[in-house]
Design a protein around this ligand. Structure first.
Ligand code: NAP
Length: 291
């Protein structure tokens, strides 16, 4: 039985990916959960998963963490500006450890988008190619949770505000991206693979409609020019750089850059991606204390 290593296992996506591997019959002892802080993975350790501590910024910790691993899911980190160095460290350590496949959580349409998030993902993809280990690029679209995490604010304001226009968004839940990652890690053989991953596309006015239907409250979408949206984000408390960054992501959505017609996600899942209405429903139940 190959040994599967998952980084970021204390986070949402990595944690779900470990659960998916377990659910698909991988013995806990054949899974290495790589975490930055040991205490954050006690639940996995209690299930018999090997928990090892490593930091993407400290190469000396990565070799020991990946020793004996055959297949690695490298969950992209969240230190903007440091990610290429971090992911390069992991890719090199994986090569040294004899890992036979690196699956990396990249970004949808990475090679033809001007989205402000893409630079670090493309450079990370390059570092993985240069490590000369067979790879699987999991080019994830936006998380539906990018929106449902703000459900209470939408309900309070009666609106979603953005600058995405009628751009279509092929978002999916983290659970679905994690399930797809686990499937690819288990089944990809031979050469290199690149998946463009996203669920059925929607526009933000449609998402507002779905939220209204699920919650019974009236929520609409108000579109602003990107500059005005950045100003509104600053008035809501974001610093200027972050506000411009978020507004630039919406501009990218407006240009259609976060849409895909690829069926890769459904194919990896073996079913359709979870519908936005279901994800909104779960978020609403959570909000109401029903979960
Ligand atoms: N597609 C999208 O819409 C979208 C949205 C947001 C983020 N993302 C990307 O997807 C990734 C996974 O998403 P998520 O929701 O699972 O994020 P998350 O819950 O914040 O998890 C990120 C994981 O990465 C680990 N990590 C970060 N820096 C590290 C380092 N230097 N060394 C070792 N581990 C490190 C974190 O460890 P700790 O628990 O110790 O912090 C955590 O376990 C994010 O990190 C980001 O790159 C994508």
């Amino acid at each position: 039985m190959p040994v599967y290593a998952v980084t970021g296992a204390s986070g949402h996506l990595g944690g779900f990916a470990v659960q998916q591997l377990l659910a698909r019959g991988v013995p806990p002892s054949s899974i290495v959960a790589v975490v930055r802080t040991r205490g954050k993975a006690d639940d996995l350790a209690a299930r018999g998963v090997q928990v090892r501590v490593a930091d993407y910024s400290r190469p000396q910790t990565l070799g020991a963490a990946l020793a004996g691993a055959d297949r690695l899911l490298l969950v992209s980190g969240n230190d903007a500006g440091q990610r290429v160095v971090h992911h390069t460290n992991v890719a090199r350590a994986a090569r040294m450890a004899g890992v036979s496949r690196i699956a990396y959580t990249s970004m949808l349409n990475a090679d033809h988008t001007s989205n402000p998030l893409v630079g670090e993902h493309l450079d990370s993809e390059l570092a993985i190619r240069e490590a000369d280990v067979p790879f699987t690029m999991l080019r994830n679209g936006l998380y539906l949770e990018r929106y449902t995490d703000h459900l209470s604010e939408y309900l309070q304001a009666g609106e979603i505000v953005g600058a995405a226009g009628n751009g279509r968004i092929s978002a999916a839940s983290r659970q679905d991206y994690a399930a797809a990652a686990a499937a690819a890690l288990l089944h990809d053989e031979g050469g290199n693979r690149t998946y463009e991953l996203g669920g059925a596309a929607f526009e933000l006015p449609q998402l507002a409609q779905v939220i209204s239907e699920v919650t019974g409250a009236q929520v609409t979408y108000r579109d602003l020019p990107a500059e005005e949206y950045a100003d509104a984000l600053q008035r809501a408390g974001l610093d200027e750089a972050s506000a411009r960054f978020v507004a630039a992501i919406d501009s990218s959505i407006a240009r259609g850059e976060l849409e895909t017609r690829s069926a890769d996600l459904a194919n990896l899942l073996g079913r359709a991606a979870t519908r936005p209405a279901e994800v909104v429903h779960m978020a609403y139940d959570l909000l109401k204390g029903r979960l």
